[in-house]
Design a protein around this ligand. Sequence first.
Ligand SMILES: Cc1ncc(COP(=O)(O)O)c(C=O)c1O
Length: 337
Amino acid sequence: MIDFRSDTVTRPTPGMLDAMMNTPVGDDVFGEDPAVNQLESFSAGLFGMEAALFCPSGTMTNQIAIKSHTQPGDEVICEKLSHVYQYEGGGIAFNSGASVRLLEGNRGRITAQQVKEAINPDDVHRPVSSLVSLENTANRGGGSCYDFADIQAIKVVCQQHNLKLHLDGARLFNALVARGENCRQYGQVFDTISICLSKGLGAPVGSLLIGPKDFIKRSRRFRKVFGGGMRQAGFLAAAGLYALENQVNRLAEDHHHAKLIAEALQQTDFVGDILPVETNILIFEVKGRLTPQELAAKLKEKGILVIAISPTQVRMVVHLDISASNVQQTIDTIKSL
Ligand SMILES: Cc1ncc(COP(=O)(O)O)c(C=O)c1O
């Protein structure tokens, strides 16, 4: 099967498996796992930030960040399709007792003006606006990337109103590669950053929450409470380190493959609007003689897996386990339908 359902389906590469098998490990709840400690200090250093916390998932790093940044009754400002709101099981309410102000963005991205208008006045009737959460790349925006200047403008508004700024950077490295940006500039503008090792970077498990030392100390306590304290997690941390050291630059290949597939889709009579392909995610409208479900079923018969994400749209995600010949086979199949 050629699996375009998500970039989370990748299997560890031989080099990654070697790194996992040959790593020293210890009990990370005692702070004694050398690989976890190395991964945490390496990733904090990449962003020029003080500390990092290794967690089992991006949902956990986002939720711990929100918990550490807010008090019950506060309000979190984010885009309406953002993962922290749509796909984390109502965790903002459940874990943090916070309310959410949803903004209608442009392919998942919001502006400084929108943030400014959404901040509540200092009035006992209103929840306290305390956190802005951005997503880059924006998953439901079709892997769209922020212009860095727009992020800087949001930061200015946050500083003026004493709000913290969190980044759900599950696919931040896709944005960095696509835009020619670097980790340090993100470390300078965000209070906290969540990155995932288990998506485009190809590790089997793991995410990091990166931020100031005292914030990460508080977050380590929440990780324990959330049940995320792992023991010999070094096997996973070694995979994450390998991914950060060896599997970042190749993301450009995934972006190129996504564009080639988009070109093929554009030439068919059953595909309508395709969201601009900026990174490794393709979201497109299916219309006319096929529904999204019918297209997914037809492709499945030919050994290609995609997801119908709405009554009108299909999503495909390109990743490490999709080779150039897989892409060619997919293009030939699309043309034959
Ligand atoms: C933008 C974004 N943030 C966070 C997550 C959560 O990651 P995890 O599946 O590791 O909980 C995902 C997962 O797909 C995601 O796409």
